[in-house]
Write a protein that binds this ligand. Structure first.
Ligand SMILES: C[S@@+](CC[C@H](N)C(=O)[O-])C[C@H]1O[C@@H](n2cnc3c(N)ncnc32)[C@H](O)[C@@H]1O
Length: 267
């Protein structure tokens, strides 16, 4: 699979542990617009994607557990982890208004949600509803072919970048035009997400072999397709694509079929 961004310039970069953006030369432009699909994870601090650097309105840290993010609304269904807001994300509707959220963190949470397909799709729809256009959604999940995924009995669903791409309407349209059998889920459930960034984090001994240049990136990717426990985790950044009210009004004015009534229409 080629991981290609949707053409818009990504605003997410790598951040140092202190939350400072890395210099431009370390931003992931090439990766986001290229075909590697794997981050050069050996850059210092490169595994720290830092949502705190984003400015704006409400940010949700969903399924926060004990990892709270300062300045975010930390949400969990379990009181024992003292969340800011106790919410069961499998119950709908979620308690936040439409278009009210500019960033969401789902760190090791999605694989716990929606064992039943209907519930999982409901979660994706709620995520789309509460996010404003182009909100940033940071997702980390265990790689489904890593023992970490198999070990936890509360993991109910394998999450992959390819699976998340099923909610991209442009991908859906390509599949339909190409006659592919993939279910166009974005079109079916009325959501549209674009993937900005995919990072697969290797586990040892593969990580060390790659860092020592004993194996190439292609070797690592091939191994990940063939064997278990090569990649430990996926990290994905994606955003919803929504038509804003202003755009809808603009469309209505410019469309000959949907324009507002004019004075001459009375005659
Ligand atoms: C593996 S922990 C991850 C915690 C934290 N995000 C992290 O990265 O360390 C998963 C968290 O998701 C929460 N969770 C699971 N199902 C949930 C649900 N239906 N609604 C809200 N939170 C849920 C769990 O209570 C738990 O705190």
């Amino acid at each position: 699979m080629r991981y290609v961004a949707d053409g818009s310039q990504p605003r997410v970069g790598l951040c140092s542990p202190l939350g400072r953006p890395w210099p431009d030369r370390l931003l992931l432009g090439n990766l986001l617009h290229g075909s590697l699909g794997i981050l050069h994870y050996n850059l210092p601090g490169a595994d720290m994607l830092c949502p705190v650097c984003l400015g704006g309105i409400m940010r949700l840290n969903l399924g926060c557990g004990s990892k709270k993010i300062s300045g975010w609304v930390n949400v969990d269904k379990v009181a024992a982890c003292s969340p800011d807001q106790m919410v069961d994300l499998e119950k709908f509707p979620w308690p936040w208004p439409d278009n009210s959220v500019e960033a969401v963190s789902l760190s090791h949470v999605l694989e716990h949600l929606g064992g039943e397909t209907k519930i999982y799709l409901g979660i994706i729809k709620e995520l789309y509803r509460v996010c404003r256009d182009r909100a940033k959604i940071f997702i980390a999940v265990p790689h489904p072919r890593h023992d970490d995924f198999l070990t936890d009995p509360t993991h109910v669903r394998a999450i992959t970048p390819e699976g998340l791409r099923m909610f991209s309407q442009s991908a859906n349209r390509e599949w339909i035009a190409g006659g592919f059998a993939n279910t166009p889920l974005g079109l079916y459930i009325g959501v549209d997400f674009a993937i900005d960034f995919v990072n697969a984090i290797p586990d040892e001994p593969w990580k060390g072999r790659f860092e020592r240049k004993e194996i190439s990136l292609a070797d690592l990717q091939n191994a990940a397709r063939k064997y278990n426990n090569v990649m430990r985790e996926f990290r994905v950044v994606m955003h919803p694509i929504k038509q804003t009210t202003a755009e809808v009004e603009c469309d209505q004015l410019s469309s000959p079929h949907r324009r507002r009534p004019q004075a001459e229409d009375q005659h």
